[in-house]
Write a protein that binds this ligand. Structure first.
Ligand code: SAM
Length: 212
């Protein structure tokens, strides 16, 4: 398989025509080998326009969804970013490419997914942990950006608390079958909230998300 040309095709056919314009996001997608984050039996599907299974009933999101959420974070190279829901580690790799002089903290509730992701995440600026990401990572806060890659009816309060002033948080919010992509921005005047269309994600299970 010619993964390198499939990767360029993914950017040119799935991302740019649908409105991904941030040059740093496009560069990250052109360079991160998505196939590395996918189990061998599905690797040939690495660049299809759809989510794929990664074990434990979880998924690596469709490339466009990863790109859209990343673009909404409006990252700077020095940002400290928290990802809730490491899954395969692909989103964390995209973030790490962009915040080259910053730091990515990513947390996953399934230890075996976190271990697998840690093995393929070849970045000095990524730290993987295992636990309930709905509590955030208070010892590492505040964060310039927080991305939650699983869905719940509301944004966990600890994550809002751990956002820096000027910080952005992106998360799918809604019921089990349908959610809206939400971005909040913490400003001096309060929390600004924006909506970016419908999605369907796996549930965010935890103390401040959905109960088991
Ligand atoms: N970002 C991932 C990637 O690039 O492959 C995709 C993540 S998948 C759509 C959502 C992940 O969130 C799953 O791996 C799931 O186990 C995890 N998750 C759900 N609730 C969680 C929680 N409270 N804390 C940490 N991870 C959680």
């Amino acid at each position: 398989m010619d993964f390198a040309s499939e990767r360029q095709g993914m950017v040119d056919e799935q991302l740019i025509p649908r409105g991904i314009t941030d040059p740093a996001v496009l560069a990250a997608f052109r360079s991160v080998p998505r196939e590395k984050f996918i189990d061998p039996q599905y690797q040939k599907l690495a660049y299809i326009d759809a989510p794929l299974t990664i074990g434990e009933g979880q998924t690596i999101s469709q490339p466009f969804t990863v790109a859209m959420m990343t673009q909404l974070l409006e990252l700077k190279t020095t940002d400290r970013v928290l990802e809730v829901g490491t899954g395969s580690g692909y989103q964390a790799a995209i973030l790490a490419e962009i915040v080259k002089d910053g730091q990515v903290f990513t947390i996953e509730r399934f230890a075996n997914l976190a271990t697998k992701a840690e093995k393929v995440l070849d970045y000095k600026n990524v730290k993987v942990s295992v636990g309930d990401g709905t509590r955030g990572l208070p010892d590492e806060a505040p964060f310039d950006a927080i991305i939650v890659t699983a869905a719940a009816p509301k944004i966990p309060q600890p994550l809002i608390d751990q956002l820096a002033l000027g910080g952005r948080l992106v998360m799918p919010v809604g019921g089990e079958w349908h959610q809206e992509m939400i971005r909040i921005r913490k400003e001096k005047e309060g929390i600004k909230r924006e909506r970016f269309g419908g999605y369907r994600f796996v549930p965010l299970i935890g103390e401040f998300g959905l109960k088991k």
